[in-house]
Design a protein around this ligand. Structure first.
Ligand SMILES: Nc1ncnc2c1ncn2[C@@H]1O[C@H](COP(=O)(O)OP(=O)(O)OP(=O)(O)O)[C@@H](O)[C@H]1O
Ligand SMILES: [Mg+2]
Length: 437
């Protein structure tokens, strides 16, 4: 089935000449029928721009934007009007007309859509008001209603034409927490009831869970986060941080299969990003604790997938010329603290050069430093050590597995997977260093 909304390389700029400012730099995304998708991102990122483009309220400058299967790029005004009539719009400010009653406000779009029989229009508007719990306020004027009630009238107005799509721009931002939550839950329920798709712009992290998916707009690009994994990451990190028992997270992550684990990693990175932003000012200790727990859980899991006896993740402290273990497994589920000079050993080599090192027997390599083995009484044989890079391609960490279980070597496939595992973690390490700064 065709997606309900499909953006392909949508570009948008405002202004002319030297004042020209590109807001969307080739945005691509798909929204399927019946989905509830949140659109988040920093102020000025272009969220409202996307909404107005998708709603046919603004012309598409470049790229392809299909809504209900119709191309909006180069569309005629008649096409745009036809599209708009199948969409319910909800804005931050309910934009109700004070001269009209709640019921008359709700009925307005029916008049635009050509329903002229006043009895029918009133009946349909009343039915909607009843759905949003405002039947007894139908004949009041908006200035006699509370903010939450006015926003519910706006929802009733958006739904009255039985739209296929609702576009909502920060509908809860003027409401208190409780009322905001009630309003979106109502919207979610009604939309599901009539299989209406919802694209909702929000800054409100408290309502992220009502959505099937979150799209975040950053630097002119859209990134999608699935709900299941988002929720899982939130619950795991939140729950475990409160309990202060990292081993629980480890155990829960351990039960995931490989695709689920990848999703978890990707989602955790998104979650951590949100968390980091929320906590940046407070610099709450818990943030660092969560990062650590997540690192421990994911690093252990990566070691498990590679069937390694030990796994270690070092963070590179370039300024101090050191590698510090963030996660280093010992035989007894205890974590080791290891600190190495960047000039030292295999991990130091990988940190300096960004190269991968794979050894059949570490003791045969001049790169290998036996110091840690000597300290711990361990005997390293096979070894795989990969660089962990941040989004800018700098080496911010080094991940290492030792001794493939059942003997044998780590192979090319292990190398590929190990690098893959630590791609999202590279972003986490970056953020961790940011938070600690
Ligand atoms: N009509 C316009 N003319 C010129 N620039 C505009 C216009 N509309 C938006 N912009 C600029 O485009 C950028 C994106 O605006 P947009 O309203 O889409 O952001 P937003 O993500 O919705 O932000 P917010 O969260 O603050 O509502 C902003 O930098 C804004 O200043
Ligand atoms: Mg906006």
């Amino acid at each position: 089935m065709d997606p309900l909304i499909q953006l392909r390389d949508v570009y948008h700029a405002f202004g002319q000449g030297g004042l020209r400012k590109t807001v969307l730099q080739g945005v691509s995304a798909e929204i399927r029928r019946g989905e509830i998708v949140l659109l988040t991102g920093p102020s000025g990122a272009g969220k409202t721009t996307i909404l107005t483009l998708a709603g046919g309220l603004r012309s598409v400058q470049a790229g392809s934007l299909r809504v209900f299967g119709e191309e909006l790029f180069g569309a005629t005004p008649a096409t745009l009007l036809r599209i708009r009539r199948q969409i319910g719009f909800i804005f931050q400010n309910p934009n109700l007309l004070d001269a009209l009653t709640a019921c008359q406000n709700v009925a307005l779009p029916l008049a635009w859509a050509g329903v002229i029989d006043p009895t029918e229009a009133r009946a349909r508007a009343l039915a909607r008001l009843e759905q949003v719990g405002l039947a007894e306020h139908a004949d009041k004027h908006p200035n006699k209603l509370s903010g939450g009630q006015r926003q519910r009238v706006a929802i009733a107005r958006a739904l009255v034409v039985e739209p296929r799509l609702i576009l909502a721009d920060e509908p809860t931002s003027a409401l208190d927490k409780q009322t905001g939550r009630e309003v979106v839950e109502l919207l979610q329920r009604l939309a599901q009831h009539q299989q209406c798709t919802v694209l909702l712009v929000t800054h409100d992290p408290r309502i992220l869970d009502i959505a099937d998916r979150t799209l975040s707009l950053e630097d002119g690009q859209l990134i999608s986060h699935a709900r299941g994994a988002t929720q899982m990451a939130t619950q795991l990190t939140a729950g475990v941080a409160e309990l202060g028992r990292p081993e629980l997270l480890t155990r829960q992550v351990a039960s995931l299969d490989e695709p689920a684990f990848f999703r978890f990693l990707e989602e955790s990175t998104g979650e951590m990003d949100e968390l980091r932003r929320a906590l940046q000012k407070a610099r709450a200790q818990v943030s660092a604790a969560r990062f650590d727990q997540l690192l421990v859980a994911t690093t252990f899991k990566a070691g498990q997938f590679l069937r390694a006896d030990r796994v270690t993740l070092f963070a590179v402290d370039a300024a101090a010329g050191k590698l510090r273990s963030r996660v280093a497994q010992s035989g007894s589920d205890q974590l080791l603290q290891i600190e190495l000079d960047i000039g030292q050993g295999v991990a130091g080599y990988v940190a300096r050069t960004g190269e991968v090192v794979r050894l059949r027997d570490a003791y045969e390599s001049p790169l290998f430093n036996r110091e840690v083995d000597r300290r711990t009484g361990y005997r390293t044989r096979s070894l795989l050590c990969v660089p962990v890079t941040n989004s800018a391609g700098q080496v911010v960490g080094v991940a290492q597995v030792l001794n493939k279980l059942g003997g044998g070597d780590f192979d090319e496939d292990d190398e590929r997977r190990f690098k893959e595992f630590f791609r999202p973690i590279g972003r986490l390490l970056d953020q961790l260093i940011d938070t600690e700064r």
